[in-house]
Design a binder for this molecule. Structure first.
Ligand SMILES: Cc1cc2nc3c(=O)[nH]c(=O)nc-3n(C[C@H](O)[C@H](O)[C@H](O)COP(=O)(O)OP(=O)(O)OC[C@H]3O[C@@H](n4cnc5c(N)ncnc54)[C@H](O)[C@@H]3O)c2cc1C
Length: 502
């Protein structure tokens, strides 16, 4: 039973896989499947020991890089036969330890499966392998006047497979919907090694929404080997407005106001003073100096965008914006976005270390929650920068700290956790787009009652009864699949308050 504040080596990611082992015979069988796509040298294995959340590290028993769905199937079948756990991996940009290896298990890296298999422009869909990088899809369909809408800030690196597992979002998901809205069908190798197709190429498939189940399942239901994606026609006009406010409180009020007035922008992003400073230092985007900056993008037919942009400007001025300006050229628009997309990485310019948090709140709670985060930050004495998808209420507080100062990392983690609990208290969620992974499973019980978690486990067990596919992630505990759902019986240590079940 892990305890809050446990030392790194006791943290949830370091869960040992139950069952088989990566022994020489197993490695030989893997090599027979993947040839030179098998990595076993200790130095190279370390490249895969973590994802974008480097606080958790586990060196895998082996890494295998298949080139085809047949190879994935053969690898997973071997794992099932030998009872070895596996973790699918895209580019490893995940921020919740989703692709963190499992001790005694292997990593299946999908980066070699990076072909676009079909462009079906008349039906507005493309078929891709999971290792295709997100931005590549838009680049390939751009000559036909289309784009792929979900646009994580990591889109120049992250893969469609990772996006699907995390149900990734991005600035433009406010209007166009998250990854799940754009997935029509999937080929998936299930944890027993069978290859199935979920969904269909039609827009109104019958039966259970199994693509909906798989999207967002964080690698716990099998390995996606092929994906049919919806693409979207490029709008006639895109315009981007910058509005400067004294505070995030005022900027938050403007966000609620714009949406309540019936306008659905393509994106509304917010940056606070610290985030602006960091982005300016890195990219020189020309942002105004202010306490809260909104970046509002509208797209659609020219006449509509012009009329709505006038209304957005009016709403911002009504909420006391000190400056409102619209990008006058495509180049200026690109620089504005470059600053926003570089903001996470730019934090290194103003702080030696930082924790990227990801939570969701109802949009209307933005002003109150921004104020409360500022109070919490002051109380603990650690700076918190905010740069986030304000239109969705998807916060990304960045807790800044210095690891060299004793105890500060622990304080930063506690503050990041308290912010998540605040999100739940106001009716939000513990993650918007980065997933639960290894990092947040201890917070699942803050949000879900035991019967809710058991229902999710029923789905997990239907796909993966032996818990071989990314075990130890998402769920606060791993029941045996033969366990019958029923009332949760707390451990005596929980009742006495000596330990807490995550
Ligand atoms: C600077 C930065 C900015 C970011 N901005 C955003 C953002 O705006 N929005 C957002 O949503 N995220 C963002 N992220 C997080 C991250 O980029 C996304 O979660 C992304 O989808 C991960 O893709 P990946 O290819 O790197 O996947 P990985 O990190 O390799 O894996 C993520 C999860 O997907 C599973 N997985 C990977 N491939 C498959 C497959 N083929 N089948 C089944 N499971 C699979 C893994 O097991 C793991 O659980 C950001 C990260 C960084 C570092």
């Amino acid at each position: 039973m892990p305890v809050r504040g446990a030392a790194p080596e006791q943290r949830p990611g370091r869960q040992r896989a139950l069952g088989g082992e990566v022994n020489p015979a197993f490695l030989q069988a893997l090599g027979a499947i993947a040839g030179e796509g098998l990595i076993t040298s200790p130095g190279e294995l370390r490249t895969y020991e973590c994802d974008g959340l480097a606080a958790y590290r586990v060196v895998p028993g082996a890494v295998v890089l298949p080139s085809t769905a047949d190879e994935v199937q053969a690898i997973v079948r071997l794992c099932a036969r030998e009872h070895v756990a596996f973790v699918a991996r895209g580019s490893g940009t995940g921020l919740s330890g989703g692709a963190l290896p499992v001790e005694g298990g292997i990593v299946i890296s999908l980066t070699r499966m990076n072909r676009i298999l079909d462009l079906d422009i008349p039906n507005a869909r493309v078929v891709v392998e999971p290792g295709v990088v997100n931005a590549t899809v838009s680049q390939r369909v751009a000559p036909y006047g289309y784009f792929y809408a979900p646009d994580p800030s990591s889109q120049s690196v992250c893969t469609i497979g990772g996006n699907i597992a995390e149900n990734s979002g991005g600035a433009h998901c406010l209007k166009y919907g998250f990854t799940t809205t754009h997935v029509l069908a999937l080929d998936v190798v299930l944890p027993d090694g069978s290859l199935v197709q979920l969904g269909a190429n039609t827009l109104d498939p019958l039966g259970y929404d199994l693509p909906g189940v798989f999207v967002g399942s964080e690698g716990t239901l099998g390995v996606a080997t092929q994906v049919t994606l919806r693409i979207v026609k490029r709008p006639e006009v895109i315009q981007t407005l910058l509005a400067a406010f004294d505070s995030t409180h005022a900027a938050g009020a403007a966000v609620s106001d714009i949406i309540a007035s019936g306008i659905l922008p393509a994106a509304i992003e917010m940056m606070d003073r610290l985030a602006i400073q960091a982005a300016e230092a890195a990219v020189h985007a020309g942002y105004p100096e202010c306490g809260g900056l909104l970046l509002v993008e509208l797209d659609g037919p020219a006449a509509e965008v012009e009329a709505l942009m006038a209304q957005v400007r009016e709403r911002c001025l009504f909420q006391q914006a000190s400056e409102v300006r619209v990008a006058q050229s495509e180049a200026e628009r690109m620089v504005i976005w470059k600053g926003r997309k570089a903001a996470f990485a730019a934090m290194g310019r103003i702080s030696p270390n930082y924790i990227v948090q990801d939570g969701v709140i109802p949009r209307t709670a933005l002003p109150a929650v921004m104020d409360e985060i500022a109070r919490m930050s002051e109380r603990v004495g650690l700076r918190v920068a905010n740069v986030f998808h304000a239109g969705d209420g998807n916060l990304h507080p960045l807790v800044l700290y210095d690891r060299r100062i004793q105890g500060q990392e622990q304080e930063a983690e506690e503050l990041a956790g308290e912010i998540l609990k605040l999100c739940v208290r106001v009716g939000g969620s513990i993650t918007g787009e980065h997933g639960v992974g290894a990092d947040k499973k201890m917070f699942m019980s803050e949000m879900f009652a035991e019967p809710d978690l058991q229902t999710m486990q029923l789905v997990r067990c239907a796909f993966d009864p032996d818990h071989l596919s990314n075990p130890g992630k998402v769920f606060p505990r791993t029941p045996l699949c033969a366990e019958r759902p029923g009332p949760y019986v707390p451990h005596p240590l929980e009742i006495s308050g000596e330990a807490q079940l995550f």
